[in-house]
Design a protein around this ligand. Structure first.
Ligand SMILES: [Zn+2]
Ligand SMILES: [Zn+2]
Ligand SMILES: [Zn+2]
Length: 186
């Protein structure tokens, strides 16, 4: 992406929440697109496993770094941040959930190759909410999400939806609460 003011290429700010121009000091805050993606636009040497164009840097929900395909709008996210992202998005979700959906056999049969190690990715049902097929390379710790998949996972029905993330409390508080309710401890 280039600076709207002077045309120089923009750099991603530390933390990755906006872009800045080294020449004129302009800042640029990319708008959120579908799937809560903000495109930062640094070109990666990794290519899209679906359409082979170079992926670009992005951020999801202002917290999770990702690589994004500007062609098919798929996302590659680190496996260890993916679970946290889903928990965060689902707990803050509002509005009614989507009706339950069936697992897609066609998606299960698809073959994708990891952009990092070039080996075949594992295509399997996602064990979280909803019947989704996701592609994972466990060796590289990467998850590939097709366009719309993260949004659909957030809209899948489930009791964790719309519950704000629970703050961690010291154990003693939980024990006291349980005792007040008359639960037994051995
Ligand atoms: Zn500039
Ligand atoms: Zn693509
Ligand atoms: Zn890999």
């Amino acid at each position: 992406m280039n600076c709207e003011n002077c045309g120089a290429p923009l750099k991603v700010a530390p933390g990755g929440n906006y872009l800045f121009c080294e020449y004129c000091g302009s800042l640029s805050f990319p708008e959120e697109r579908e799937d809560r993606v903000q495109v930062l636009g640094e070109i990666s040497d990794q290519t899209c496993p679906v359409c082979r164009v170079n992926l670009v840097s992005a951020k999801v929900a202002r917290q999770t770094p990702a690589l994004y395909c500007e062609n098919c709008r798929g996302l590659m996210i680190q496996q260890e941040t993916f679970g946290k992202l889903v928990t965060h998005l689902r707990s803050s979700a509002s509005g009614p959930p989507d009706p339950p959906r069936a697992l897609s056999e066609a998606e299960l049969r698809r073959t994708l190759y990891c952009p990092n190690c070039k080996k075949r990715m594992d295509t399997h049902p996602y064990y979280g909410p909803g019947n989704f097929v996701i592609d994972i390379c466990s060796a590289c710790g990467l998850v590939w999400l097709d366009h719309g998949e993260i949004t659909a996972i957030v809209k899948a029905p489930g009791r964790d939806r719309g519950k704000k993330e629970e703050r961690r409390r010291p154990d003693i508080t939980r024990i006291e609460k349980k005792q007040r309710r008359g639960w037994r401890f051995d």
